[in-house]
Ligand binder design. Structure first.
Ligand code: SF4
Length: 287
């Protein structure tokens, strides 16, 4: 099937390359497609340049290269474009490996104030190279190198970037596409910006191929993946009904299958701590 790599004309839509070898039902695929459509809808007049990389993202489509998805490379490109009076935003869709391996570049790239949106599709694993843990892997989740579960709390990377010079920072989830669209729209008028989307991974997390969205919904509704945004100096959490429990979330994936009642209670305590941190941020940075 012929698939467009990227828009050739202003009227074209962008398409996913279904011939790439991603797992069926990969939520990262879905998130990437959503981001591309939304970006083109909201930044179309500015002719954005999009780069993609990561498991399920950059195998056969998008413009990709190590340089094109590393923030130091992006800053270099944006600087060169500025010198040549080329005023186009750059959007990078990347995986959560970047929040570890590209930490320095990513955390400092916003300092230049360029028109730049970095989107991380966060599957909480180095899925392309064997599903070992990243900084985003939650506590006690079993990974390929630690079958007894991760010991430490994750890196809350979006929170780390609140004071990096980014004009907009948010979390999102494949289970809440309208929220994602609203956030990309908000980000596109406040560049540089960063959005971290939860995109479960079928083999790394251990659920059936058709359950990715359900698992993301459990994450949001249980509070383990809070949706929030940092915009115009205000921190705001999206008001999501707690319709699912931590036990629902943990029970939906084999990476938590080793947890008994005590382990689940520890996960609940972790979520309570996270919730308290969210309340403090909302209180401290209210409108
Ligand atoms: S390994 Fe995970 S992230 Fe990669 S294509 Fe499969 S489901 Fe998607």
């Amino acid at each position: 099937m012929p698939i467009k790599m990227i828009q050739d004309t202003a009227d074209q839509r962008v398409y996913m390359n279904v011939t790439a070898n991603q797992c069926p039902g990969c939520p990262e695929n879905l998130a990437t497609r959503l981001v591309m459509h939304i970006v083109f809808d909201h930044l179309k007049d500015e002719d954005p340049i999009i780069f993609g990389q990561g498991c399920g993202i950059g195998r056969d489509f998008l413009q990709r290269s190590g340089l094109g998805t590393h923030d130091s490379g992006i800053v270099g490109m944006l600087t060169a474009m500025k010198v040549r009076n080329i005023d186009r935003p750059i959007v990078v869709i990347d995986g959560d490996g970047q929040i570890d391996l590209g930490l320095e570049d990513l955390a400092t790239s916003f300092q230049q104030g360029y028109k730049y949106l970095h989107v991380v599709c966060d599957n909480q694993a180095h899925a392309a190279s064997g599903s070992h843990a990243t900084g985003s892997t939650p506590p006690m989740a079993r990974t390929s190198v630690r079958p007894t579960g991760k010991l430490r709390h994750p890196k809350h990377f979006a929170l780390m970037l609140m004071f990096s010079g980014a004009e907009y920072v948010a979390t999102a989830s494949t289970s809440h596409p309208q929220d994602l669209e609203r956030k990309i729209k908000a980000a596109s008028t406040r560049l540089p910006a960063f959005i971290q989307i939860l995109t479960p991974c079928n083999p790394s997390w251990g659920y059936d191929d058709n359950k990715g969205i359900e698992v993301s919904r459990f994450a949001v509704e249980s509070g383990i993946w809070p949706l929030y945004e940092w915009k115009d100096g205000v921190f705001q959490r999206q008001n999501i009904m707690r319709k699912s429990s931590v036990r629902d979330y943990v029970g939906s994936q084999r990476r938590f299958a080793h947890l008994g009642d005590e382990g689940i209670a520890q996960m609940e305590e972790y979520v309570n701590d996270l919730n308290r941190m969210m309340i403090k941020l909302e209180t401290g940075f209210s409108a």
